[in-house]
Design a protein around this ligand. Structure first.
Ligand SMILES: *Cc1c(COP(=O)(O)O)cnc(C)c1O
Length: 387
């Protein structure tokens, strides 16, 4: 008999994120398949209603992902060529790209070093007479301080889109992100919290925007395919304006409905793990972990740590040390303005963004993570710091 022996003492890998899903999601997806209706249909509608209720927004419109949702949001608000859209560079590149999709120019604002979010002051510094919209990102789930931002922009007729890709379950001024937003867009990518594989949700408190968003995500059709099917109507649909195919499928929505039911447990666990990281890292001098601001509570979608200037090794070398220990943190949140994709835009200097992106890393944090897993992460810091 031959036996295959695994190398001894190989500890399981610790990834940066693992989605939390189980048999319930598998069963829900199978039910959608068995029903014979897999494209956008009744499950998408039910998911939208449940999502709007959870977030506290008047309307929710499911889309294929957050990137298409941001594109749709800017299109709905009439942003186009010649317009400037202020965005943080300190964000996933989709935020800046969405301005380009409508023919507008992204203009980068710097961020607050504590939260990684744009502020009324950093936005005001880059406003011009061509600014028509601002995308405010709740970066990594940290709530942006939105009140002073709306106070600055609303009187000037500048639209606000909240990029809440990472922020489902985050609260701002005591209510969920999205509850008071004109337009917010969420992501259901597995690297976020609630996942449908790919997927997104646009929420709004302006019903006329929701009606048009529903039409635009489905080719500009006067009656949705699902509606026509349900009513048995034979009247041909009309195409009222040039639209898109940004639909979510019913298979995804079936999974999303189960995931949404897990949200409170997921956020509670993430906050617990973040609090434990804070305790464990506190004795290590100079490390600064992102924390709740005064105006809200994060879901800790990205729990990042900023290294002090005098850290013994560089951030990238630290990432290698983690990899050697079977742990996969991520480099800090990217800075879009430093990427080749943005080389055609006016070159800007964003000192806070540049420091945060160069010297931070995102710690592994997922629902199923154990205390022992966390201890392994912290042990690498201790070892490198000789503590
Ligand atoms: C992930 C992310 C997006 C894009 O979301 P997708 O659903 O993958 O399209 C947009 N903005 C931010 C801030 C993100 O983190």
């Amino acid at each position: 008999m031959t036996t295959v022996t695994e190398p001894a003492a190989t500890l399981p890998a610790i990834p940066v994120m693992v989605p939390w899903m189980g048999e319930e999601e598998a069963t829900a997806a199978a039910e959608a398949v068995r029903s014979g209706w897999v494209a956008q249909g009744p499950r998408v509608r039910a998911f939208e209603e449940e999502f709007a209720r959870r977030v506290g927004a008047a309307e929710a419109v499911a889309v294929s992902n957050c990137t298409t949702g941001l594109h749709l949001a800017l299109h709905l608000l009439g942003i186009g060529p010649g317009d400037e859209v202020v965005v943080p560079s300190f964000s996933f590149i989709a935020t800046a790209n969405s301005a380009r999709y409508v023919g507008a120019t992204p203009v980068f604002a710097d961020v607050d070093p504590a939260t990684g979010n744009v502020t009324a002051a950093s936005i005001e510094a880059v406003l011009t007479e061509r600014t028509r919209a601002v995308i405010v990102v709740h970066q990594g789930g940290m709530p942006a301080e939105t009140r002073p931002i709306y106070d600055l922009l609303t009187p000037r007729g500048i639209a606000v889109v909240e990029d809440a890709a990472c922020a489902i379950g985050t609260t701002v001024y005591g209510e969920p992100v999205g509850a008071s937003a004109d337009v917010a867009v969420f992501s259901f990518h597995p690297r976020k919290i609630v996942t449908t594989g790919e997927g997104g949700m646009l929420t709004t408190n302006r019903p006329e925007l929701a009606t048009r968003a529903r039409r635009l995500r489905e080719h500009g059709m006067s009656v949705s395919a699902a509606e026509r099917h349900a009513t048995g109507s034979v009247a041909p649909e009309q195409y009222l304006e040039p639209g898109f195919n940004f639909r979510m499928t019913d298979v995804q929505a079936a999974i999303g409905r189960v995931q949404l039911g897990r949200l409170d447990a997921m956020v509670a666990r993430r906050r617990e793990l973040a609090a434990r990281y804070r305790e464990l890292l506190a004795p290590l001098p100079g490390l600064r972990m992102v924390e709740d601001p005064a105006w809200g509570e994060s879901n800790f979608q990205s729990c990042w740590v900023l290294l002090p200037e005098d850290f013994p090794i560089g951030r990238d070398e630290l990432l290698v040390r983690f990899t050697e220990a079977g742990i996969s943190p991520r480099r800090g949140i990217m800075a879009a303005h430093l990427e080749p994709a943005c080389a055609d835009l006016p070159q800007v200097s964003l000192p806070v963004t540049e420091r945060l992106t160069a010297d931070s890393l995102i710690l592994p944090l997922y629902h199923q993570m154990t205390d022992a897993d966390q201890d392994r992460v912290v042990a690498v810091f201790r070892e490198v710091m000789g503590r």
